[in-house]
Design a protein around this ligand. Structure first.
Ligand code: ADP
Ligand code: TYD
Length: 202
């Protein structure tokens, strides 16, 4: 049996991460792999409770510093309860978002808090995915797609277009900084075209 892998999807809101995470899961399962799909914030019962706290309500509800603590607390629970047990049991994990989202959303959008994010990550999480797909796309189109879902979890979409532009540049910078782990994917195409490229590169 091949070694289970920890694969993540990253990108701005509405870029197609969830769609492509599901497509990759189906593809890997068809090849005979055991695969579990999960997401952040969330992915374990405790982390899903924290998800409610961070994704609903007023955009100014939490400071960026408090958010770093909440997202990291959720991630620690997700890692302990879901990701590590699955990998130990031979199951590949595909996560819709992980630590790169904190690096970009909390680390680079409201002041330069990246050092704080990195320190807390080193202290409390201390692991990176084996492979990360960063889906890059036009923020205006992505924002339309995301808000069209009307999920009620739009606290970050509610920060608006300039915020999404800043996020896009943050993800591009991460892709360039970690070329061995990150694969940059052009999301301005049909879901089928994107899924084929991801399947070929996974
Ligand atoms: P994310 O998880 O990044 O927020 P989703 O996968 O939920 O993105 O996609 C957001 C919306 O856009 C969904 O309604 C989805 O069906 C649609 N969508 C996803 N990928 C594409 C694509 N390549 N082209 C057009 N629409 C897409
Ligand atoms: P998600 O449900 O993936 O939203 P979307 O489908 O719109 O991309 O993620 C919820 C929101 O949480 C998203 O706006 C990004 C934000 N987020 C952070 O700000 N920091 C983090 O560490 C994570 C994991 C998510």
């Amino acid at each position: 049996m091949s070694k289970p892998r920890f694969i993540t999807f990253e990108g701005i809101d509405g870029s197609g991460k969830s769609t492509q995470a599901r497509r990759l899961r189906d593809h890997l399962e068809a090849l005979g792999h055991k695969v579990a799909l999960t997401r952040e914030p969330g992915g374990s019962p405790g982390a899903e409770e924290i998800r409610q706290l961070v994704l609903t309500g007023d955009p100014d509800r939490w400071s960026a510093e408090t958010e770093i603590l909440l997202f990291t607390a959720a991630r620690r629970d997700h890692l302990e309860k879901t990701i590590e047990p699955a990998l130990a049991a031979g199951t590949t994990i595909i996560s819709d978002r992980f630590a790169d989202s904190t690096r970009v959303y909390q680390g680079a959008t409201r002041g330069d808090l990246r050092a704080m994010v990195d320190q807390l990550h080193a202290l409390m999480i201390g692991r990176e995915p084996d492979l990360t797909f960063i889906i890059d796309m036009d923020p205006a189109t992505a924002l339309e797609r995301g808000l069209a879902r009307n999920s009620g979890e739009d606290r970050f979409e509610d920060f608006g277009l300039p915020f999404q532009e800043t996020l896009r540049h943050g993800f591009l910078a991460l892709a360039h900084a970690h070329p061995n782990r990150c694969v940059l994917i052009d999301g301005n195409r049909t879901a089928d075209q994107i899924a084929s490229e991801i399947a070929a590169r996974a």
